[in-house]
Design a protein around this ligand. Structure first.
Ligand code: GLY
Length: 300
């Protein structure tokens, strides 16, 4: 049986290689997603996730993350979490509880502490300097300042599909703001009988269309992951432009039940992917009039 793993942004490249090794050795989709995302959470070079993530308006690095198992449809999520190493690991651990699957703020932190999750101050000197430089400047907030959410989708050799997400969210966000990343249906959705999708971009826009769920429903109705991801993004982009005059950046990754992958985006968007027949590669997707053009990105 075949496996597939895909992650958002070129920052996912090393994590996709780690996840691919796990899947190649017969490991689970859940472990592949967790370890792939954790690699990004630990890297201070990536300014939108975990350690070194960009701070909120009060100079605190506050994280969101989610996890979903496509066999059971169970999900776990944390929002507005400060002081812990890996939101995705905490989200995953909440998944199999009967209730209380989505915890935020002090409640999420108390849970993480009580359950022995590793603590870490995620504010780096570099992030503090960026915050100081920007804090007095009137600036339009963009989820893409720093390249946004890391999302991983994996289908393992047993046919199980899992989705995971992690981000420090919008730079200079208001304390307490939670984006799409931990919200099932918006930031991610996985159903092993159909496929999975996960989103990156402006959370406030993504949530208006429950974008990941919309994509999975298009797959359920017979579309390929490429068709489904592009339809989900272009429909919401059009709706928002018709109603509000503009639409912010939104991108989707998708994987089908059979392990095919797809991309939808209304901006230039990079991603990394590997499957049982192909080593990890990074691609760039550019939206065009009726489709998305995808080219391999040479990182040398
Ligand atoms: N997509 C990440 C956020 O809006 O927080």
């Amino acid at each position: 049986m075949e496996w597939t793993v895909i992650g958002t942004w070129k920052m996912a490249a090393a994590g996709v290689r780690i996840a691919a090794d796990i899947l190649q050795q017969g490991g689970t989709a859940a472990d592949a997603v967790t370890e792939g995302i954790s690699d990004v959470e630990d890297n201070p070079e990536f300014h939108s996730v975990g350690y070194g993530g960009r701070p909120d308006r009060t100079c605190h690095v506050v994280l969101d993350g989610g996890f979903m198992d496509g066999d059971t449809l169970h999900f776990g999520a944390v929002g507005s979490l400060e002081g812990f190493r890996s939101p995705v690991r905490i989200a995953r651990s909440l998944m199999d509880k009967e209730a209380n699957n989505f915890l935020v703020g002090p409640g999420a932190e108390a849970y993480a502490r009580a359950n022995g999750f590793e603590e870490r101050d995620n504010l780096t000197e570099a992030a503090k300097e960026i915050w100081k430089a920007e804090k007095d400047r009137l600036k339009k907030l963009s989820a893409y300042d720093g390249h946004d959410t890391v999302c991983f989708l994996a289908r393992d050799a047993h046919g199980t599909i899992c989705a995971g997400t992690s981000t420090s969210g919008l730079f200079m966000k208001e304390p307490g703001r939670v984006g799409d990343t931990p919200v099932p249906g918006s930031g991610y959705y996985a159903d092993s009988r159909t496929g999975a999708a996960a989103a990156t971009g402006m959370g406030e826009e993504i949530m208006k269309g429950a974008l990941s769920y919309a994509c999975v429903m298009h797959m359920k109705n017979g579309m390929s992951p490429m068709e489904a991801a592009q339809k989900a993004v272009s429909d919401l982009d059009r709706e928002l432009k018709e109603r509000n005059g503009h639409a912010e950046a939104m991108s989707l990754i998708a994987v089908s039940r059979q392990g095919e992958w797809g991309i939808g985006t209304n901006v230039e968007f990079t991603f990394a992917v590997s499957d049982s027949s192909h080593p990890a590669k990074v691609y760039i997707a550019r939206p065009e009039a009726d489709a998305v053009r995808i080219e391999e990105l040479n990182l040398e």
